[in-house]
Design a protein around this ligand. Structure first.
Ligand code: GLY
Length: 371
């Protein structure tokens, strides 16, 4: 019997389960049959994930009676376009789906975002199941119903909220991820800990290397992913549409998105950019005396263990500031920051000045040069 843990996202009639388990992909079909009518299933994946797990997933769905159409995308953020969504819709509609048909997303955040958006607009919304295969997708992107694609004007500018009916996270696949992707995923885990969970933070301080170096047991991975899903589930159920509390999940993202943009989305992994953004936010909060030097040092020490790529000291503070001002989350050209107030707590502010940001950027470069 595989090890599993189930977390519920409580959203009234749209509540759903996140099943977290070790080597559970072969049992996916019966789980999907529990939330969708057995019939047509569009199975969206990318070439890399498909080569590894496509067969086992397709067979499992077929064994439960689904008629499966694989829809395989090119890997990477470059696929997150309306053009890709149009081609996914062509494939789905060609199979004559009905409102009870299901779209299954097998892959990381990019696959989930595209497949979820196609499911959201196909016949004005059909059932959607997330099968996330990266840490970032398991702890963040697959939970909460954000779906969509990029536009030349910016990342994630087109999309819809469309909650999945099931998230099915196999932690067994995580150990095959490249080292850099494991580290980037663990940065998102550290983000959750700083904004919401002091116990998780202490736990990471104790044993981050067990996860980073492949020593963690399956039960430890399940516990870690489920703990993060619980945080995400609580925040999403309190504020599904990001009109308040959910904004705290954007910790590190204000500067992080700007760093990703300036790196043309291929210099840094999303999680690496978020880690740098957390450091800058921490420096701003310290300068405001809204969190302690000691907590900032603890955050910095943990992030330095997790992320091994260098902080982008070559970016000028002005260009980062301008990129932040044009982000979709800025309001009237003012970047909105999530700032920590203690390990486990954070607040959203929109009054960070250019001068404060400059000082924090320089302080972060100085501390990166010390390490
Ligand atoms: N990734 C942030 C959110 O889901 O709100």
């Amino acid at each position: 019997m595989p090890l599993t843990e189930t977390v519920t996202v409580p959203l009234g009639a749209r509540s759903y389960s996140i099943v977290v388990g070790d080597r559970i992909l072969a049992d996916l079909g019966s789980a999907v049959a529990g939330v969708a009518k057995v019939g047509f299933a569009g199975l969206v994946s990318d070439e890399i994930v498909w080569a590894r797990y496509g067969t086992v997933v397709q067979k499992s769905l077929e064994a439960s009676g689904f008629s499966v159409r694989p829809i395989i995308l090119a890997p990477g953020e470059g696929s997150k376009t309306l053009g890709t969504v149009a081609s996914v819709l062509d494939e789905l509609l060609d199979a004559r789906p009905d409102r009870q048909s299901v779209v299954v997303a097998l892959g990381g955040g990019v696959v989930g975002d595209i497949a979820g958006f196609a499911a959201a607009i196909c016949l004005r919304g059909i059932t959607f199941v997330q099968v996330p295969t990266t840490i970032v997708a398991q702890v963040d992107a697959s939970v909460g119903g954000k779906t969509g694609v990029d536009h030349p004007c910016g990342k994630n500018l087109i999309g819809a909220f469309h909650q999945p009916s099931l998230v099915y996270a196999d932690t067994g696949v995580l150990t095959t991820l490249p080292d850099r992707d494991i580290r980037a995923g663990m940065a998102e885990v550290a983000k959750h800990a700083v904004i919401r969970d002091p116990r998780l933070f202490c736990d990471l301080e104790q044993r981050a290397e067990r996860f980073l170096s492949g020593l963690a047991e399956p039960s430890e991975w399940i516990e870690l992913i489920a703990a993060n899903c619980r945080i995400k589930a609580l925040v999403v159920s309190a504020d599904e549409r990001e009109s308040g509390l959910r904004e705290i999940l954007n910790y590190g993202h204000t500067t992080g998105h700007a760093i990703e943009l300036l790196g043309s989305y291929d210099r840094f992994r999303h999680g690496e950019a978020v880690a740098y953004g957390m450091k800058v936010a921490g420096a701003i909060a310290v300068a405001r005396a809204s969190w302690s030097v000691q907590d900032n040092l603890r955050q910095g020490a943990l992030l330095d263990r997790v992320i091994t790529t260098r902080f982008p000291s070559d970016y000028r503070s002005n260009e980062v500031w301008e990129a932040m001002r044009s982000d979709k989350k800025a309001r009237s050209g003012k970047p909105r920051f999530v700032l920590p107030t203690g390990i486990g707590n954070a607040e959203v502010v929109s009054d960070v000045t250019h001068a404060e940001f400059d000082a924090a950027w320089s302080a972060t470069i100085a501390s990166a040069n010390e390490t």
